[in-house]
Design a protein around this ligand. Structure first.
Ligand code: FEO
Length: 398
């Protein structure tokens, strides 16, 4: 992708990774981008680099605008390798003595990736780096997404460079929200649900801090996906809502199945939930990627989980999903467990224990049927679904 001018003398010189489909366990059906931003002033600054495989593309993009050796400062907003992978090669090209500005935690974490040789310069929050007519300042944003994360803010242009924050795994020639349209919100939601949900309390504090500081944004430029310029407030409002874990009258029935028995139970339960006018979707764990299910979890009030018993335990995909969801810490949900079994039947109890660990409000009793559900068993599942639907409607959770 060619560099994109995003404002006068400011360019996105990052790259599209069109073909990545698995980003450490997150499905990236549309690829992703690693954005990096070049600011031309009396001093020239580059904010972030790209994943190492794409370093030459980054250097080519910079070369279309200036000789890369003219870069004076590199800013590392985040140590994770999708944004720092090109650092060593770039610094070798432009001069290893040039400063790499980073957060205090970046100063600790970058050498653990790239050795101590580079000129890492930690900045305090609020430090001002004069480029000429323009000034960069910095905001510590620990755990959005790593301890080293920070945002950079270009004061005169009112532009925020937000690293992972407000990002989306999306590769496209469309680089702005007003060009790509509202479908981008789904990608932003997926990114939040799968990368940032567990840091929701910190994100709420960060949004509060931004309000207290009176910061405004003409543009928000994340390191993944499109740039928010039409209405940057929209994505901030969405982050506040998602961080508060506001849910809708919506349920998911997430399951796997061996001989379709748990599947038939799932569909009967979903049908019972729907009969209470609650939006519901059965989601088979080998037909839906865990990260797409997690996107739906973000605003679902009830998560109903089903598993057959395999080798005295959970079906492996169910374990995988429960572990994944637990790590991301959804809160204030209703949970329920069900499953078919042959003889020992431990799976349902194991699901219940995990949902209980997540502090879900559990529907009791669980439902467990032996071998193949008959008409009466399916009717029990339907009633179980109705009970869940009623609980959703009566729930005072937001
Ligand atoms: Fe896009 Fe946490 O790196």
């Amino acid at each position: 992708m060619k560099p994109v001018q995003i404002a006068k003398n400011i360019y996105d010189v990052g790259v599209n990774d069109w073909n990545i489909r698995d980003f450490h366990g997150y499905s990236t059906w549309l690829g992703t981008s690693y954005n990096a931003f070049l600011i031309i002033d009396k001093k020239i600054a580059l904010i972030d680099t790209v994943k190492s495989d794409f370093t030459e593309q980054l250097i080519d993009n910079v070369s279309e605008i200036i000789d890369p050796k003219k870069i004076d400062y590199v800013i590392s907003n985040h140590t994770e390798m999708d944004h720092s992978g090109g650092l060593v090669r770039l610094m070798h090209l432009i001069g290893e003595d040039k400063p790499v500005y980073c957060s205090k935690m970046g100063k600790k974490n970058l050498p653990l990736h790239y050795g101590p040789k580079l000129n890492y310069q930690p900045v305090e929050e609020g430090y001002r780096l004069k480029l000429g007519d323009r000034t960069l300042t910095f905001l510590e944003t620990r755990m959005v997404h790593w301890p080293d994360s920070m945002f950079s803010y270009l004061i005169e242009d009112i532009i925020l460079f937000s690293s992972d924050g407000f990002g989306q795994h999306y590769a496209g020639f469309e680089k702005f929200d007003d060009v790509v349209g509202d479908e981008i919100m789904w990608h932003a939601k997926k990114y939040f649900a799968n990368i940032l949900l567990l840091y929701a309390p910190l994100i709420l504090k960060l949004i509060e801090k931004v309000k207290e500081l009176g910061l405004e944004f003409n543009m928000i430029c994340p390191d993944h996906g499109i740039i928010w310029r039409r209405n940057p407030g929209k994505i901030i409002e969405a982050y506040a809502r998602w961080s508060r874990q506001e849910t809708e009258n919506k349920a998911l029935v997430v399951y796997d199945t061996m001989w379709h028995s748990t599947e038939r139970m799932a569909e009967a339960i979903a049908s019972g939930i729907a009969s209470e006018s609650v939006r519901v979707r059965p989601m088979h764990l080998r037909k839906w990627h865990r990260s797409d299910i997690m996107t739906e979890v973000l605003d679902a009030k009830a998560i109903v989980v089903g598993s057959p018993t395999l080798n005295n335990g959970l079906f492996p995909t169910v374990s995988d999903f429960l572990t994944y969801m637990k790590g991301l810490k959804p809160k204030n949900r209703i949970g329920a467990a069900f499953g078919s079994y042959g003889w020992s039947g431990e799976a349902v109890k194991l699901i219940r224990e995990q949902l209980n660990d997540m502090k879900f409000d559990l529907i009791e009793p669980d439902i467990r049927l032996q071998y193949v559900p008959d008409r009466s068993g399916l009717e029990s599942c339907f009633r179980f679904g109705k009970q869940i639907g009623k609980s959703i409607n009566e729930s005072s959770f937001v």
